[in-house]
Ligand binder design. Structure first.
Ligand code: MEV
Length: 328
């Protein structure tokens, strides 16, 4: 039995635009997915999961086809998505080691599909745990590369390397196309997360931005402008200018909203954070529902979010310096 974990993330700036080769900056946060891999004597893959903010589930399948659901009658679409990511991770493992079956157990502190990188963290931790279980040690960069291929396939070829690279490496990272690198001197930023209890479908949201971009030149310009916001943010991050970063996050949220990926509850939380005095706030990840991230060193934003209609949970998040790591 081998146990690995990997962190979730927030997008400081640049989601969606990063899919089209614009830069993005992300920070790993101290909420992790933990995966236990145990080799089996047969060729079956058994996936068990707990704490995915949906009731626990357990499915067993061979050759990637879910053929039995033991704990729940109707698998939740998000659970099916999680199984799809694990399936992809196991396919990657099979490219590296000669193996048959695994029991994979997932425990996660990261809500599914909420913009905090749950799927990337599960895939990264699963690849690490399963390869180590078979005696092979991949570097975090190799894991990031393989995890990216899983996200790329599951999201029908519409994925950037950002989420998987950040989860594998930890700290703050900058991603632009194939150029992925940790940001030296990753800043300790005062993140406050607001979660509306919902989730967005990344594939659908990415496809929506793509079609807007193809139809309207101003939508394509909006995507480019998000890239320019990120370039401006690079200066602010090196000088740890939180006020400037907050201003840029506000700008970035407005443009994501214009691209149709915000929602009423995300907007309400963003405005509540700003009204409470946060330096800035924006949705994080694909959008459509899920989480916002605000910068606020005081307790004011967290308190205001607790009373914001549509906000189900709020918490502070710290930068996680560790990427994928062995737990046992
Ligand atoms: C999803 O967390 C972030 C997106 O930019 C998609 C991607 O980068 O693959 C929306």
């Amino acid at each position: 039995m081998t146990v690995s974990s990997a962190p979730g993330k927030v997008y400081l700036l640049g989601e969606h635009a990063v899919v089209y080769g614009e830069p993005a900056m992300l920070c790993a946060i101290d909420r992790r997915a933990t995966v236990t891999a145990t080799a089996r004597d047969d060729d079956r893959i058994r996936v068990q999961a707990r704490d995915l903010t949906i009731d626990g589930f357990s499915v067993e399948y061979g050759d990637g086809v879910v053929d039995e659901s033991t704990d729940i009658d109707v698998p939740h679409p998000l659970i099916e998505a999680a199984v799809g990511y694990v399936d992809g991770a196991v396919e990657q493992v099979k490219e590296v080691v000669d193996t048959t079956g695994f029991t994979i157990t997932i425990e996660s502190e990261i809500p599914l599909g909420a913009g905090l990188g749950s799927s990337a963290a599960v895939v990264v931790a699963a690849i690490d745990a399963a390869t180590r279980e078979m005696g092979v040690e991949l570097t975090p960069e190799e894991i990031a590369q393989r995890a990216y291929r899983v996200e790329y396939d599951v999201q029908d070829g519409q994925a950037s390397r950002a989420d998987t690279f950040c989860s594998a490496m930890g700290k703050a990272v900058r991603v632009e196309g194939d150029d992925c690198r940790p940001i030296e001197e990753s800043p300790e930023l005062p993140f406050v997360i607001g979660f509306d209890g919902g989730a967005g479908d990344t594939g659908t949201l990415v496809a929506g931005v793509r079609s807007l971009k193809e139809e309207y030149e101003f939508a394509a310009d909006t995507v480019e402008t998000i890239g320019n916001i990120v370039r401006t943010g690079e200066r602010a991050i090196t000088t740890e200018d939180q006020q400037e970063l907050g201003r840029l996050m506000n700008f970035n949220h407005g443009l994501l909203s214009a691209l149709g990926v915000s929602s009423r509850s995300l907007d309400a939380m963003v405005w509540a954070a700003r009204d409470a005095g946060a330096f800035g706030a924006k949705l994080t990840g694909a959008g459509g529902g899920g989480c916002i991230v605000a910068l606020d060193p005081t307790p004011d934003t967290a308190t205001a979010l607790q009373y914001t209609p549509g906000c189900e949970e709020t918490f502070r998040a710290e930068l996680d310096h560790d990427g994928v790591r062995v737990e046992s």
